[in-house]
Design a binder for this molecule. Structure first.
Ligand SMILES: [Zn+2]
Ligand SMILES: [Zn+2]
Length: 348
């Protein structure tokens, strides 16, 4: 087999299904993966609509997609951990392994990371990809390939929970109940949060959060979420706030609702690079503001927690399309974002 189908972004709103050569194993520790499930992410939609995210600009045709799982169909000569037929979730960012960030374990901050579907690196909306074996994580039989693709957004939730030092018995406020808010919720519960307060303004997402088991769900368009969190905590505030909406007002709310000495974990990326914050609240409460960029060292744990039933990501997948409909999938995820959670592209 030499050719494969791939969904290639040529420019703004120009996604084409093309034949591309099947990639080859390049290094002895590479594996070749037949891609079976890929989640549509907000970043895929953003590249499709705008051709860029911040400093990352699509200048040459690029395959979209970075949330993927599949089957190993080829292994390099040095691969001892995987064999043909294994089902794997693929961690999509491969760092240089040499720089200070890599050597201190924070490889998500590597300036030379090659991340799927981040220009100029091709992504996973295609039939085959190559990955280093240590970035392909074997899935237990009980974890589906769709759930395997969801290990990417779940890893964001795990990283946020870790950065927030979330622990058993905590009260956690999660601002924004879209796909990342939902994975942050799953992670918070797996880390032991006792009280989980989720806010949004979209009824579909609030219903979703309620069904998923959030202990409190607030429509922040109708209720003042800061006052509500103070009420729910007898004036103490939340131990940890995880901001997933990327809006200036939610970040401000998060700072006002966190407890003294608490942590505000900033997952959402605001559309504006600079915004005003209630800094006196930050200093007088010694609140920690933690930025989040992707994740590091969490994929294996996210899979183990899913296999153990501590996380349940299958239900996040609300819509499924085939690779031939990749553009429809991206359009649907954008145009119906208030009526769907995660759109998955599946390849039979
Ligand atoms: Zn994503
Ligand atoms: Zn590095």
């Amino acid at each position: 087999m030499s050719a494969m189908k791939a969904a290639v972004l040529h420019g703004i709103e120009d996604l084409r299904l093309e034949d591309r050569p099947v990639p080859r194993l390049q290094k002895p520790d590479d594996v070749l993966i037949r891609v079976r499930a890929i989640g549509v992410c907000g970043s895929d939609i953003h590249y499709y609509r705008h051709g860029r995210i911040g400093r990352f600009v699509v200048e040459a045709p690029m395959v979209l997609g970075h949330e993927c799982a599949g089957e190993v169909v080829g292994v390099g000569s040095a691969v001892a951990t995987l064999e043909v037929g294994d089902r794997v979730a693929v961690e999509p960012g491969v760092p240089c392994r040499q720089c200070e960030s890599c050597r201190t374990g924070r490889y998500n901050l590597c300036p030379d990371v090659a991340f799927l579907a981040t220009p100029p690196v091709d992504g996973a909306f295609c039939e085959f990809i190559v990955s280093p074996a240590d970035f392909a994580f074997k899935l237990p039989d009980t974890v589906s390939l769709g759930a395997g693709a969801m290990m990417e957004p779940l890893s964001v939730g795990f990283h946020a929970a870790r950065r927030g030092r979330l622990t058993a018995g905590d009260t956690v406020a999660i601002l924004g109940a879209g796909p990342i808010g939902q994975t942050a919720f799953q992670a918070a519960r797996a880390f032991g949060a006792a009280t989980t307060i989720m806010t949004d303004v979209v009824p579909y997402r609030l219903d979703f959060a309620r069904r998923a088991g959030a202990t409190h769900v607030l429509n922040s368009g109708e209720t003042d979420p800061v006052a509500a969190v103070q009420d729910l905590t007898a004036g103490r505030g939340a131990d940890v706030v995880i901001e997933c909406a990327g809006a200036p007002d939610t970040l401000q709310q998060g700072i006002r609702m966190v407890k003294r000495g608490g942590k505000v974990v900033v997952v959402g990326l605001p559309a504006v690079a600079e915004l005003p914050l209630p800094m006196h609240e930050v200093t007088t409460r010694e609140a920690d503001l933690c930025g989040i960029f992707r994740y590091a060292n969490v994929y294996g744990r996210a899979i183990a927690a899913t296999a153990a039933g501590q996380c349940e990501v299958e239900s996040l997948i609300t819509h499924r399309w085939g690779l031939l409909q990749a553009e429809e999938a991206v359009l649907f995820a954008d145009e119906h974002k208030n009526e769907c959670m995660k759109v998955l592209v599946e390849i039979a």
